[in-house]
Unconditional design. Structure first.
Length: 327
């Protein structure tokens, strides 16, 4: 019975056009905040960019209203996310909300979804947000989006802050990985590329040999180093192809299956022929490599064979062929 009622309500809300009358109802605090929240939530999927742009001033007012329920304010901010990159007024309003020290966490989560996409040219504000102590796990999005925003900031201090975040966060943590990601923005810009290279190359090379964790950070670092054509990255990447037995985290051997798969792609990009015998050995011993044991039973249930039907095996063979084609 509740499902039927819910379906009718959903259909009824879907038929409501986003216009001044509906906006008046959304802003009318005599109605329960949950109803007004649901109205905006539904329109975030159905209204379209043009309609949201038309009424963006109203949503800015709702987001900025300190007497409004926090969930309603946050939903208004989320409605503005998709148009924030193109609309200067919306972008500025979201940035001001991010900078305001009294913006509640529920609102700030939504605001930072937009700011992480568009950036803020005030690195000090963003750095303070990265250090915010989350009241609950979901608020971690505030901190991470602040790190993402640093990557898009035109503030010259942002680079130093990202290096600091990288240095002070544990490898494979959300912060470490997200900080590495942001350097793609800087190496893609000729004006900042040379500036960041001496800061990140030695750090990322050191990270490549850290086998103490699962590896998302070191794999992202390998991608950045390959883009910069850093040949010194080849040896630690090749060590990741070695079997885990007999190698410690300090020595650097024994990467996992994902290290091998992504490492092969990076080696093709670097174009170093030393990778050829390593790839050949990995392909030849693929079926007996314990790093793919987890796939063996699953593939057998599906009637597939290891290694021939495994995607990583096919991928490694293609990478080897691509590498051999290079001059």
């Amino acid at each position: 019975a509740l499902e039927k009622i819910g379906g009718k309500v959903d259909t009824a809300i879907g038929l409501l056009p986003l216009n001044w009358d509906l906006l008046a109802a959304i802003k009318d605090k005599r109605f329960d905040w949950r109803l007004r929240y649901v109205l905006m939530l539904h329109k975030s999927y159905t209204a379209g960019e043009a309609k949201i742009t038309k009424y963006s001033g109203e949503f800015i007012d709702i987001m900025s209203d300190k007497t409004e329920h926090e969930r309603v304010r946050g939903m208004a901010a989320l409605l503005l996310v998709d148009i924030s990159a193109k609309n200067a007024v919306v972008n500025e309003a979201l940035k001001e909300a991010a900078k305001a020290p009294d913006t509640p966490g529920e609102v700030l989560k939504a605001v930072m979804a937009a700011v992480g996409y568009a950036g803020i040219d005030d690195a000090d504000v963003l750095m303070k947000l990265t250090e915010r102590q989350p009241a609950d796990f979901n608020e971690i999005g505030i901190n991470l989006n602040a790190v993402r925003a640093l990557g898009k900031s035109k503030d010259p201090r942002a680079i130093g802050y990202l290096v600091k975040i990288f240095d002070n966060s544990a490898p494979d943590s959300f912060y470490n990985y997200t900080a590495i990601e942001q350097f793609w923005h800087y190496i893609g810009n000729p004006e900042t590329r040379e500036r960041v290279k001496p800061l990140i190359i030695p750090r990322f090379l050191k990270l490549l040999d850290d086998r103490s964790r699962l590896g998302p950070s070191r794999r992202e670092a390998a991608g950045v180093l390959a883009e910069l054509k850093v040949k010194e990255a080849v040896d630690p990447i090749l060590r990741g192809f070695l079997p885990a037995e007999g190698f410690s985290a300090k020595v650097g051997g024994g990467g996992n299956d994902t290290d091998i798969s992504l490492g092969a792609r990076v080696l093709v990009k670097l174009g170093d022929k030393r990778a050829i015998p390593v790839l050949e050995h990995t392909i030849e011993n693929f079926a007996n490599d314990s790093r793919w044991n987890w796939a063996r039973a699953q593939m057998a249930e599906r009637g597939q064979k290891l290694p021939d039907d495994h995607q990583d095996y096919k991928h490694l063979k293609k990478c080897l062929a691509d590498l051999k084609k290079q001059k």
